[in-house]
Design a protein around this ligand. Structure first.
Ligand code: SAM
Length: 281
């Protein structure tokens, strides 16, 4: 199925980037699209009014957020099917990225409605390019779970990912998250990119232990973490590795499976080796 975005007579859904702090980070095209569509759906209309006012955009504005997403998606699809041009924006950056919008895009695609993306600022990728960490490939994760037990599970999944990790984090949880990372990932290099594009923009770089010594870190922030450094399959002691996984809360069969994968060993052989070692203890 091929759907063109330009010279569309029918309905079209525009996903429009808005600034992540500095209101000047708005593209000419984004302003033009927002001025000419039939309606703009915004995550928080009170927030978006400030931006729309600055750029003298007087288009009809309606709310679309995580609590009314289901209901509004149906309404938006009906509007698009009737030929309307609709823009979706979020409070900051790209809609859909750790923000509402996915349901409407998915549904629009299923209905063969044209979807067009109007690029611009996004916090994760803006932070990544200035972090000094390798950028390709990288893992954009968004927010870790706010519950510690779930967050630890997520970090365990990411522990052996060898490339840069990009997280969004709230200021009231940054130290908790860094502490969990120290336990699960080890003392890695991190970069906190805070208040991007704003007056107090700052990059905090150092090891997790160094950053944990700072009294307070305020504002909006992206947390970037150096990827796992491959020690070489031969240098990993499989027994020590199994024990490490077990101490992190892995179930025995998971610990053996992961170690076998890491050390490129046969799982059953490794199991026998481990049992032998335990019996000797
Ligand atoms: N859709 C947005 C995007 O494209 O980046 C992200 C929305 S998410 C709800 C908000 C999170 O993005 C914040 O908690 C913070 O982690 C990050 N963020 C947003 N603006 C930022 C900024 N100016 N500086 C650093 N991080 C920012």
């Amino acid at each position: 199925m091929r759907i063109r975005s330009f010279n569309q007579d029918g309905g079209i859904l525009y996903l429009v980037a808005t600034p992540i702090g500095n209101l000047e980070d708005m593209t000419y095209r984004a302003v033009n699209i927002l001025k000419t569509v039939d309606k703009i759906y915004a995550e928080d209309t009170r927030n978006s009014i400030i931006l729309l006012h600055k750029y003298e955009i007087h288009t009809l504005l309606e709310s679309y957020h995580e609590f009314n997403e289901e209901l509004k998606t149906e309404q938006i699809i009906n509007e698009l099917l009737s030929g309307k041009k609709i823009a979706v924006i979020s409070d900051a950056g790209l809609p859909v990225i750790s923000d509402p919008g996915y349901k409407i895009v998915k549904s629009a695609v299923e209905h063969h409605i044209a979807v067009s993306t109007i690029p611009g600022a996004s916090a994760g990728i803006s932070a990544l390019i200035a972090s000094g960490f390798p950028v390709m490939p990288y893992q954009f994760y968004g927010f870790l779970n706010s519950k510690q037990s779930k967050r630890i599970e997520e970090l365990k999944e990411l522990k052996y990912y060898p490339h840069t990790l990009v997280f969004y984090e709230a200021p009231h949880r940054i130290f908790e998250t860094l502490n969990d990372m120290l336990v699960v990932l080890g003392n890695r290099n991190v970069c906190i990119a805070r208040e991007l594009t704003k007056t107090y923009e700052e990059f905090i770089r150092g090891t997790i232990e160094e950053v944990l010594k700072i009294d307070s870190i305020k504002g909006e922030m992206v947390l970037l973490v150096e990827g796992y450094k491959e020690q070489g399959k031969d240098s990993v002691n499989p027994i020590e590795q199994i024990e490490e996984f077990l101490s992190l809360g892995y179930k025995p069969n998971e610990a053996i499976k992961e170690t076998a994968r890491l050390c490129n060993k046969d799982r059953k052989e490794l199991y026998k080796e481990y049992i032998k070692y335990k019996n000797k203890e």
